[in-house]
Design a protein around this ligand. Structure first.
Ligand SMILES: *[C@@H]1O[C@H](CO)[C@@H](O)[C@H](O)[C@H]1NC(C)=O
Ligand SMILES: *[C@@H]1O[C@H](CO)[C@@H](O)[C@H](O)[C@H]1NC(C)=O
Ligand SMILES: *[C@@H]1O[C@H](CO)[C@@H](O)[C@H](O)[C@H]1NC(C)=O
Ligand SMILES: *[C@@H]1O[C@H](CO)[C@@H](O)[C@H](O)[C@H]1NC(C)=O
Ligand SMILES: *[C@@H]1O[C@H](CO)[C@@H](O)[C@H](O)[C@H]1NC(C)=O
Ligand SMILES: *[C@@H]1O[C@H](CO)[C@@H](O)[C@H](O)[C@H]1NC(C)=O
Length: 543
């Protein structure tokens, strides 16, 4: 009896987990872009095979494996390409899409996002807040978070508000001269920006707690922009005037999708807005470094931003921390695992071989100067971090599988690709950390010693001189005129349009239509999107 009762809750927990895992698996097979594996699903899979596996592997074998991982970790600083090549010699990595994760070797069990790492157990932990809704059907609200302000008033462009979390050591309108560094974090695929802001804050607490670093919590800002999408808008998290994107397009620099606005803005332009504000507004006179950081889909976003980000005077003071990305924007045309039947493997966001596929933000830069963009990326301070147990397959699209079967495979192959380019691996500007004992785990990745160093310590008190050349390869290309259905071109301004139509105006009908429209164009409620709808409407009538 006692046994039965004590197993009941376990049984129901098990069936719940199974149901969740199954429902997730079916969402994935319906073709939703899903570059990140569901932790639930991975866990269900790995637990099933774990007990067998455990009994098969002797303790000796386990020790040998740990030594092998450690030797890779030891050489990654001086010879990242050798370390990456050694990763390719690990069992179950090259080309493997269905390996089971070595949970027996994990330093932290589970996702690792709910408690301080054991080795820092004296450092207090702050739990992430909960909110309503879910990542598939949308979040119903952005939760408030202890230690952060949720700023929902920043208009980055007329009528477009970008919501974000910022640690409350930022004091609007007051003295912010203590601030020396800012971390701008990306969320993972679930767009749970509060969770990631909170995890970086907990990692920062580890640095603050150790007096040898001499870094106090009021010297570092953690900013977490809330990139939301259609589903969040439908579910209620997006307020009037707040920006949102489509699906996961925030990750690749896609443009916002708010209906009714003629203008839309790339997530990467909004990031430029943040870094301009931090470096150029004068509010942070002692700011030295800004770090863009993300794990998993956030790591993907960070890598793409580091690649195509517009040149700015403060670029020498920008760093990028990329943890376990699901895929990369590859820099060369060839791939480690060629697949002739896979379509457009070098299109954005998997590569830069086809400029028309690149997001508007950088299309002209790739068109006019792909090599310059590559060289610029290699000169940027990019810090890669890969969990040596992260053999999760993540993105299962053929374009991703051509880069590698799993996260670690892709990561090590990307490093080898960098090593194979002219000039070899950019050892002066970029670093690689292969982290033993960690799988696809957000917090254990961020809080590994190697990561803490890049995120918080490196160049803490250093400010590098600004760049004077802030041009981009595509700057000289004039923006293309928008085309309307039917191939007609729109005009840059209503004035251009008026002139064009006047010139065309042999037809009395055209002139008549135009003058009829004047009151709408100059109505007291004039604004850009009314103009746009008017243009579209009137064009349609004229065609
Ligand atoms: C999420 O939004 C997309 C785009 O609007 C839509 O196609 C999809 O059905 C939504 N998903 C859910 C689960 O509502
Ligand atoms: C944000 O970026 C856009 C696009 O570059 C620009 O038009 C806008 O002025 C910027 N806003 C702020 C507040 O910097
Ligand atoms: C919100 O953010 C903007 C720009 O980042 C800043 O100027 C403003 O003071 C912030 N508002 C509050 C209430 O923190
Ligand atoms: C503090 O940092 C130093 C240098 O990294 C390290 O050797 C020491 O173990 C740390 N102390 C604690 C209590 O973690
Ligand atoms: C190659 O790509 C096609 C098209 O997506 C896919 O069906 C096939 O499984 C891929 N082959 C391999 C070996 O990954
Ligand atoms: C390049 O990208 C465009 C836009 O996405 C697409 O229509 C075209 O098919 C692509 N071309 C190739 C060769 O991949």
């Amino acid at each position: 009896m006692v046994n039965l009762f004590s197993t009941l809750p376990l049984l129901s927990l098990f069936s719940l987990t199974l149901a969740l895992a199954l429902s997730h698996a079916s969402t994935v097979s319906q073709g939703e872009t899903n570059p990140v594996p569901s932790p639930l699903r991975l866990r269900a899979l790995s637990q099933a095979s774990l007990s067998q596996e455990d009994s098969l592997r002797s303790h000796l074998q386990k020790r040998q494996d740990q030594d092998q991982y450690q030797s890779i970790a030891n050489e990654d600083e001086t010879d990242p390409v050798k370390a990456a090549t050694d990763v390719q010699n690990l069992e179950g990595i090259p080309g493997v899409t269905d390996g089971s994760t070595r949970t027996d070797l994990q330093i932290t069990k589970g996702e690792g996002n709910t408690a301080q790492l054991e080795k820092h157990s004296t450092v207090p932990w702050v739990a992430s807040p909960d909110t309503g809704g879910d990542p598939t059907y949308g979040w119903t609200a952005l939760p408030e978070m202890e230690g952060f302000q949720l700023n929902r008033t920043w208009e980055v462009q007329q009528g477009m508000i970008m919501p974000f979390y910022i640690t409350d050591n930022y004091r609007p309108g007051q003295d912010n001269s203590a601030i020396k560094r800012a971390i701008i974090s990306f969320p993972g695929k679930p767009r749970d920006s509060w969770k990631y802001g909170n995890l970086f804050r907990n990692a920062l607490a580890v640095i603050n707690a150790n007096e040898t670093y001499g870094i106090s919590s009021n010297q570092v800002l953690v900013i977490s922009p809330a990139w939301m999408n259609h589903n969040d808008s439908a579910a209620g998290a997006v307020r009037d005037g707040e920006l949102y994107w489509h699906g996961s397009q925030w990750m690749k620099g896609g443009n916002s999708r708010n209906p009714g606005l003629t203008d839309s803005i790339s997530t990467f332009s909004v990031l430029d807005n943040f870094t301009d504000w931090l470096f150029l507004s004068g509010e942070f006179p002692n700011l030295n470094q800004v770090v863009i950081a993300g794990h998993s889909m956030g790591g993907q976003a960070t890598q793409r931003y580091a690649l195509i980000k517009k040149q700015k005077s403060y670029d020498p003071n920008m760093k990028y921390w990329i943890g376990n990305p699901g895929s990369f924007a590859w820099l060369t045309e060839d791939r480690p695992y060629p697949n002739a039947t896979c379509s457009e493997p070098d299109d954005w966001h998997y590569g830069i071989g086809n400029y028309s596929s690149v997001v508007k933000y950088a299309r002209n830069d790739i068109k006019a100067g792909k090599q310059e963009v590559i060289d610029r990326y290699r000169s940027r301070k990019v810090h890669y971090a890969f969990g040596l147990l992260d053999n999760g397959k993540g993105d299962t699209h053929c374009q991703a599988v051509m880069q590698g079967g799993n996260h670690l495979d892709r990561g090590s192959r990307f490093i080898m690709m960098l090593g194979g380019m002219d000039g070899g691996f950019p050892i002066g500007t970029q670093t690689v950390d292969f982290i033993p004992g960690v799988s696809h785990q957000d917090y254990p990745m961020m809080c590994a010693d190697e990561s803490l160093e890049k995120l918080f310590l490196l160049d803490f008190n250093t400010k590098f001189p600004s760049l004077t050349d802030v041009s981009n390869p595509g700057d000289t290309i004039k923006p293309k005129k928008k085309k309307l259905p039917g191939g007609k071109k729109t005009f840059d301004t209503p004035e251009h349009e008026r002139v064009a139509y006047s010139l065309l105006g042999g037809s009395l009908l055209l002139v008549a239509v135009f003058f009829t429209a004047l009151p709408f164009l100059f109505s007291p409620n004039f604004d850009r999107f009314e103009t746009h709808s008017w243009e579209t409407e009137s064009k349609r009538k004229l065609l």
